[in-house]
Design a binder for this molecule. Structure first.
Ligand code: GLC
Length: 734
């Protein structure tokens, strides 16, 4: 986000005209309040859906017709800076009040959660990051931005950049996995895609990097839980994607719910002012997470709302999402000298700057043609990009005796409730999908004329249907495709799980199919890495399908029948059994790394190695790495090697480059991803691949938050995942 001098002057002039109350109004984000349309208090309604007295579907129907207060009078009075929503007609209505009826006509930011697409729903981030395709990740963000503006949204609460190492945490689904380097590349791609198309105001939005900071390090993987870590861990693991996003000019950030080392991120001036606005150079603003300012009282860092609001604004939190604490108390706090006018002006200036950068003063409304573009069906190019992203995010985890790809002429048996659930392909934080756009796996198989019998048998919850299982076992087809995994509701916010094996009776179903002598191909639909120890050992094949978005069914069927050769890799480690989490590849070695020897770091009752490691993914062909050579120039280490397609079909390999700082002033990870490249090779084709490691990227942050490059020995690894690698070493003097 760069403002011209003229734009900066416009902001200063406008700021100079604002009253104290109008300034406070810009710091207030309002959501439409539910005010009626049903015969119980709203809180009671929430209780009823929570304890199951009414279903989600019934709740949705009530919400659809509920009366809402959009706070028009406050907008008219200039007391609202932003609203939430994705209805273009309502957006224009509210914007018109702000622009044409308030004293200064300051337009509204229209914010919404567009995490992996709006109506064109792409794969969840943990899956898309596994494509290791930066260009793809940018293109999906660009399309999400274009759709957002058409739906009246000019501020996306995305990208979510939480590096996550504990699969018990439900929000691993929303972020780019466990690696800081991959997460940083994801961050750059997403900010470029969301923000950097200034050819028209219909094509870009303000990004909101979240959740700042270290929310994913919640103790025990329990959402909203406390986080504690060293400065070096904060800087080396959790900050890198935010640093990358700020370098790309991200417009805003969302402070996270968690307390970090005892200070909630909502009121943490060290992380907000010193690091984010100081060191990383955020020029836009920081918004709280929903209700988070009020929760500072619950945290025990503030006595009451007033105290929490004053602490937050003074700590560098600029906009209040949903509590109205700023709206109610900041004007008086300024009058009482508890918040300086300079602090208030800085927050307002940052918010106005984003509005100016978005072009909202010139183009505040949604153009009718943009609304019409999506009135009926999604444009073909949107559907095509959803399918491309889905295809590239599929990971082949096991393919025993090359049972895959299947022959489309041969009949097989399809089982699993999830196979016939188009509503379950979209994953967590999909808020604007339309069922007609969604292709279930069963529909995808039907679309290509596959021959199969279908028996739901069971899903992630509920009983196993014995009759249907018996029919599946009695069917004359040897191969069973079992679609198993999680409901969307089992990942995302407030969805931490202590048991991350395949839920319900699905594993029981798989065991019975295997016991009956069937050859079982599992297709996973899940939002988190699952503990797959039994499946990895006993099933014939496993396809990791994640929640791939609206084109999931078509993408999976193309992989099942070999129309496309899977190329995705894992952006997160998969453990074998519960209890191993957190499990991640880039860990310190310890003085006693786990081996068979007794007195080493391991469990008595679980394997030492992961079930499937970071960066892992098979293909329908095979690849061979050879002849690793390391060369060095003033600024770089270049790893060159021969990559050969040793199979009989073309394929794309994600070649990966890792490094290890063998001896440093702090223990360093046994491996750190530092480069990757998607390489497509015909059957039998070889190619020399060069992956370059800049010497300036070989350092780390110490416990003073200082970046250091220390002379010494480095091991360099190349391979198709973080375990099976060629290695070399180089001694570097910086
Ligand atoms: C939620 C989430 C955040 C989201 C916000 C607005 O609680 O933590 O990711 O953007 O509220 O919906």
């Amino acid at each position: 986000m760069k403002l011209t001098e003229t734009q900066k002057k416009f902001v200063e002039d406008l700021l100079g005209k604002m009253t104290l109350e109008e300034k406070v109004g810009q710091l207030n984000q309002d959501s439409p309040s539910i005010v009626g349309g049903f015969d119980v208090p709203f809180e009671e309604l929430i209780e009823m859906v929570t304890d199951g007295r009414i279903s989600q579907e019934e709740f949705g129907k009530i919400m659809a017709t509920a009366e809402r207060d959009y706070h028009e009078d406050d907008i008219r009075a200039g007391m609202v800076g932003s609203v939430m929503g994705n209805d273009p007609v309502k957006a224009n209505e509210l914007q018109r009040i702000a622009v044409e009826e308030s004293r200064l006509g300051i337009p509204l930011l229209m914010g919404f959660d567009v995490i992996h697409g709006l109506r064109s729903v792409f794969p969840i981030a943990i899956a898309e990051a596994g494509s290791f395709d930066d260009d793809l990740m940018e293109r999906t963000a660009r399309m999400a931005a274009k759709e957002s503006r058409a739906y009246g949204i000019n501020w996306n609460f995305a990208p979510m950049l939480d590096v996550a190492r504990d699969s018990r945490w439900g929000r691993v689904s929303e972020g780019p996995g466990e690696d800081p380097y991959l997460a940083s590349k994801f961050a750059r791609a997403k900010i470029k895609g969301l923000q950097n198309s200034t050819d028209s105001t219909e094509n870009y939005v303000a990004a909101c990097t979240k959740h700042y900071i270290a929310y994913s390090a919640c103790e025990a993987g329990r959402d909203y839980n406390t986080t504690t870590m060293s400065t070096s861990q904060l800087y080396n693991v959790y900050l890198p994607p935010f640093r990358a996003a700020m370098e790309e000019g991200a417009c805003s950030a969302m402070a996270s719910f968690n307390d970090l080392n005892g200070v909630p991120c909502t009121v943490n001036s060290y992380t907000l002012r010193d690091i984010l606005k100081g060191e990383l150079g955020l020029e836009g603003f920081v918004v709280s997470d929903a209700n988070a300012i009020r929760e500072c009282v619950v945290h025990g860092i503030a006595e009451d709302d007033v105290d929490a609001g004053i602490q937050a604004l003074n700590a560098g939190l600029d906009m209040d999402m949903g509590t109205r604490i700023f709206y109610d108390h900041i004007a008086q706090a300024v009058k009482d000298g508890k918040v300086s006018m300079e602090t208030l002006d800085d927050a307002v200036r940052r918010i106005l700057s984003v509005k100016v950068w978005l072009g909202l003063f010139e183009n505040p409304y949604v153009d009718q043609s943009a609304i019409d573009a999506y009135a009926k069906a999604l444009p073909e190019n949107h559907v095509a990009l959803c399918q491309e992203a889905a295809e590239k995010s599929i990971v082949l985890l096991k393919n025993q005796d090359n049972i895959l790809p299947l022959n489309k002429e041969n009949k097989f048996t399809l089982v699993g409730e999830l196979a016939d659930r188009p509503d379950e392909v979209v994953g967590a934080w999909s808020l604007a999908w339309q069922k007609d756009d969604c292709v279930s796996i069963k529909a995808g198989l039907e679309n290509v004329g596959a021959k199969f019998e279908y028996y739901p048998v069971c899903g992630p919850e509920g009983e196993l249907n014995i009759e249907e299982l018996k029919s599946a076992i009695d069917s004359d087809s040897e191969i069973v495709v079992a679609v198993v995994g999680e409901y969307t509701s089992m990942s995302g916010e407030a969805s931490s799980k202590a048991d991350i094996t395949i839920p319900g009776h699905q594993r029981e179903m798989l065991k019975k199919l295997v016991a009956a002598g069937k050859k079982v191909v599992a297709v996973l639909m899940n939002g988190r890495p699952l503990a797959l120890g039994w499946e990895a050992e006993k099933l014939n094949a496993i396809i990791e399908g994640w929640h791939l978005g609206i084109q999931m069914g078509n993408a999976i069927s193309k992989v099942l029948f070999g129309e496309i050769n899977p190329s995705g890799k894992l952006s997160s480690t998969f453990s074998s059994v519960n209890g191993q989490e957190p499990m991640y590849y880039n860990h310190p070695n310890t003085g006693r790394p786990g081996t068979k020897s007794k007195f080493t770091s391991k469990y008595l009752d679980a394997p030492i190695e992961p079930c499937f490691p970071f960066g892992y993914g098979l293909s329908y062909t095979t690849f061979e790495y050879s002849d690793l050579k390391l060369t060095e120039n003033k600024d770089e280490i270049i790893a060159s090697f021969i990559l050969k397609n040793t199979g009989d079909v073309a394929g794309t390999e994600v070649a990966q480059l890792y490094m290890q700082d063998v001896a440093a002033s702090l223990v360093r990870p046994v491996k750190e991803l530092k480069g990757y490249e998607r390489v497509t090779l015909a059957a039998g084709q070889s190619k020399e691949v060069k992956l370059t490691l800049r010497k300036c990227d070989m350092g780390f942050y110490n416990n003073q938050g200082k970046y250091v490059c220390e002379d010494g020995l480095f091991r360099i690894y190349v391979g198709g995942n973080s375990c099976d690698v060629l290695d070399g070493e180089v001694r570097v003097a910086f």
